[in-house]
Write a protein that binds this ligand. Structure first.
Ligand code: 0PR
Length: 365
């Protein structure tokens, strides 16, 4: 600590100088986060001091969390879904597996996940002492139900499907996974952290949600394609009171039990997430997603013209290429297989795609 405080001018000139070192979102093609929608920023700033960890003190904010769960449950064909606002996909995935462990007790529990699953499942299994079984993907970069079935045994408590994989933007065949989850009477958790705010708004939505009877829980992140402020994730459960299985006593709070992982929880991004959904409506979200998908297609076509082949035909707005270098100042990412990866988020406008293509052309000329 400084012995005497700074003046406000000095403080903010320091903070601004540090912020200038951050990369301008215009050049960020590697991220699943995006610039928050202006209504999210406005709503966030209204709720800055709220703490959903003690909801009895903030009943108005707590009702926004219930509304967010209801909106997303309805979008995912189950208006009575349970759930709560998490800090993002990692927490939602941890809590989903924690639920499976609690409700499907086994002496030596294992979880069957696709090789494409986000690394948060590794964290979750480490924390919860679960064996993780990684299922190899098919040539289409999706996990097939018959392959997954070969990894399930009597100690399997949960099968995981991904709706919008982090690296290649693929949607696993959740309909088939739902069937085998029902046959084996195990949980099916769908990680739709990315795809949950894309797939329902596609011209031809792919089945992935509670309309499929085997789906037990869904993770969806408003702070990705939902354009909310960070951190905003949601874990949804088919049974409205399923989360009660995780309750612990909280004697001195305004509520006497809680099932959340975090204690103090920000209400601001919850207000931000709900604000975007209600401001955009289905039609607004369809327009955003259509724009992102169009940009993805344009990028793939443009790279093709340069002789750079796509590494996958994605279901959502993640484009990957067989290519080993990318021009500065663009920030791209690389998959574990060494493919160039670009996420066409809402902040990635058409002019950025064209500028990136031009720079790629100059570099490969
Ligand atoms: N599930 C899926 C399918 C994900 O893609 C991610 C994150 C998670 C779960 C975990 O979500 P949280 O990070 O919110 O806990 N996917 C991105 C990734 O790891 C997150 C990200 C976002 C990384 C922005 C970098 C970045 O700049 O690639």
């Amino acid at each position: 600590m400084l012995s005497n405080g700074l003046s406000e001018d000095d403080l903010f000139s320091f903070l601004s100088s540090q912020k200038k070192e951050d990369i301008d979102y215009r050049y960020i093609l590697s991220s699943m986060c995006t610039l928050p929608h202006p209504v999210a920023v406005k709503a966030h700033s209204l709720f800055m001091e709220t703490n959903l960890g003690d909801p009895g003190l903030f009943p108005g904010t707590a009702s926004l969390e219930r509304l967010l769960v209801e909106r997303l449950g309805t979008l995912f064909h189950h208006k009575d879904a349970g759930g709560y606002a998490t800090s993002g996909g990692t927490e939602s995935n941890i809590q989903a597996l924690r639920l499976a462990k609690e409700l499907r007790p086994s002496t030596c529990p294992n979880v069957v996940v696709p090789e494409s699953a986000h690394f948060s499942f590794k964290k979750a299994c480490d924390l919860l002492c679960l064996e993780i079984r990684n299922v190899p993907l098919g040539p289409d970069r999706r996990m097939h139900a018959d392959t997954a079935a070969g990894f399930i045994d009597r100690n399997t408590i949960c099968l995981v499907g991904v709706a919008g994989t982090t690296e290649y933007g693929m949607v696993d065949p959740i309909e088939d996974l739902s069937k085998i989850a029902c046959e084996h009477d195990i949980f099916l958790h769908v990680d739709a952290a990315f795809g949950g705010m894309v797939i329902p708004f596609l011209e031809r939505p792919i089945p992935f949600d509670f309309a499929l009877p085997g789906v037990t829980t869904i993770a969806v992140d408003p702070h990705k394609m939902g354009m909310s402020t960070i951190p905003a994730g949601v874990l949804l459960t088919r049974e409205p009171d399923m989360l009660d299985a995780l309750n612990i006593d909280t004697p001195y709070l305004s509520v006497k039990r809680e099932y959340t992982l975090a204690g103090t929880r920000p209400g601001a991004p919850v207000a931000g997430a709900l604000a975007v959904l209600d401001y955009m409506g289905i039609s607004g979200m369809k327009a955003v997603v259509a724009g992102c998908m169009k940009n993805t297609e344009r990028l793939i076509a443009g790279m093709g013209t340069l002789g750079i082949e796509p590494a996958a035909t994605p279901d959502v707005n993640v484009a990957t290429f067989v290519c080993s270098s990318a021009p500065a100042p663009w920030r791209v990412s690389w998959t574990r297989n060494g493919h160039l990866r670009i996420v066409c988020m809402p902040h990635v406008q058409r002019d950025s795609i064209e500028a990136f293509l031009k720079d790629c052309g100059d570099m490969h000329a």
